[in-house]
Write a protein that binds this ligand. Structure first.
Ligand SMILES: [Zn+2]
Length: 427
């Protein structure tokens, strides 16, 4: 590699054309392209395993937690973002996406502080300006205190695109527009977001077809199934990637594939909330990019993409024959598939010209002892931590430790922020 890019692939036993300045011995490691996470809610790390929300399906789970999240402030979001990104990084993830849609009164600089946190860690970030505009007063799910008026949302979206969205190959920060879901924003805001995204050539993201309840809600409110509603709002295109994408029929899968709309598959979250099984292979066969995601930490409740690969393999085996969802299939979702969801060709692979985003795993632990196939062992024996991680040609994790981060201090600050958030509920 040179600068931020991979410049040459040298066959085993061969010599590079250009003499290297530095040699790294990876003979003990399994090398993967840096993993790419396509959907998360960093702030939810503050409400993991929160007793009142345990053992609930999506809608009651959401309405319980919205009231807690309504108290979120800038300092809490900043430390939650830092912690979630460090968790992802340590699991071998080099590109992180976040969907932040809670804008309480105390939260003034949400996405700005996430950009700062990503830049400080050197992580590649696809940040989204989320939104909620339909509160309980208007028949939506979220409390009024976390919804914003639509002009405020659109103005701030435009500001963030102008301020932070990088367009060149190797971009470290990109901005996408992400109304939360059909049950928390209006049709007007969905349409206006699609128009704004087109005008600025940025991507679109939302939750869709996560539960059967959502289908019922859309049919009752709009007289349309979720995908028909999405299309009606001008979103059915290759600019869009959707979180979950579980409850699609055959015709909808065909349309998603024809449009090139991406799906962020979130196996752990779907299992915890009992939402269902994404039809990953049919979506891929139809032409839709399929990526992998840990989803928000209040429904997973970890931010570990290596563990999520194992989960995707196991969940895939419940739906498909064993030779259809293999470890290679899942690694493809977590790298190239995820990169395609984010609209990127410069990450997610090891080809010459791509960004030098690399994850090195060792198989030294007891759990790997006796493993014959090293690549399969990562998923089957349950790798959960990369030993070294490089992003854009720079080491960001060495010997299992993130560069420039005091883990104990981060844990302490995050724990204090989480306690402050839940204690508000008891006051
Ligand atoms: Zn989500």
């Amino acid at each position: 590699m040179s600068g931020t890019r991979i410049i040459e692939q040298v066959p085993g036993g061969g010599q590079p054309r250009n003499p290297p300045d530095e040699v790294f011995d990876a003979s003990r490691h399994v090398l993967l392209p840096g993993l790419v996470n396509t959907h998360h809610h960093f702030y939810q790390t503050l409400t993991r395993a929160y007793t009142p929300a345990l053992n609930k399906p999506l809608f009651p789970w959401l309405t319980t937690l919205y009231d807690v999240w309504a108290g979120l402030d800038d300092a809490q979001l900043r430390v939650a973002s830092e912690l979630a990104m460090v968790e992802l990084l340590l699991s071998g993830c080099t590109t992180v996406a976040d969907h932040h849609y809670v804008f309480s009164g105390a939260l003034r600089h949400a996405i700005d502080s996430q950009v700062e946190a990503a830049q400080a860690l050197g992580v590649r970030a696809a940040l989204t300006r989320g939104s909620m505009s339909v509160g309980r007063d208007a028949g939506g799910l979220p409390p009024q205190s976390v919804v914003q008026d639509e002009q405020t949302i659109l103005d701030d979206s435009e500001r963030l695109i102008r301020q932070y969205h990088e367009r060149e190959t190797g971009a470290m920060v990109t901005v996408a527009l992400a109304p939360c879901s059909p049950f928390s924003v209006s049709r007007d805001l969905m349409r206006a977001s699609a128009q704004l995204a087109q005008r600025h050539d940025v991507r679109l993201h939302t939750h869709l077809a996560e539960t059967a309840d959502e289908t019922t809600y859309c049919q009752r409110l709009f007289g349309l199934r979720p995908l028909d509603y999405l299309e009606d709002c001008g979103w059915l295109s290759d600019r869009t990637w959707l979180a979950h994408g579980i409850h699609f029929n055959d015709d909808e899968i065909r349309r998603l594939g024809a449009a090139g709309t991406g799906i962020a598959h979130c196996p752990s979250s779907n299992m915890v909330l009992g939402s269902g099984l994404c039809r990953t292979l049919e979506l891929e066969a139809a032409g839709a990019p399929v990526g992998l995601a840990v989803d928000g930490s209040a429904s997973n409740d970890h931010s570990n993409l290596a563990q999520e690969m194992r989960q995707a393999l196991l969940l895939g085996r419940l739906r498909y024959p064993p030779d259809q969802v293999t470890h290679q299939t899942v690694i493809r979702w977590a790298t190239q598939g995820s990169a395609r969801c984010l609209g990127r060709t410069d990450v997610g692979g090891l080809a010459v010209g791509q960004q030098a985003d690399l994850a090195f795993f060792n198989l030294d632990g007891l759990r790997f002892s006796g493993a014959e196939n090293p690549l399969a062992a990562l998923l089957l024996c349950g790798a959960d931590r990369a030993e070294h991680v490089m992003i854009a040609g720079r080491w960001r994790v060495r010997n299992g430790m993130p560069e420039g981060v005091d883990l104990e201090d981060l844990r302490g600050r995050h724990d204090a922020a989480a306690r402050r958030l839940w204690q508000r509920m008891q006051d």
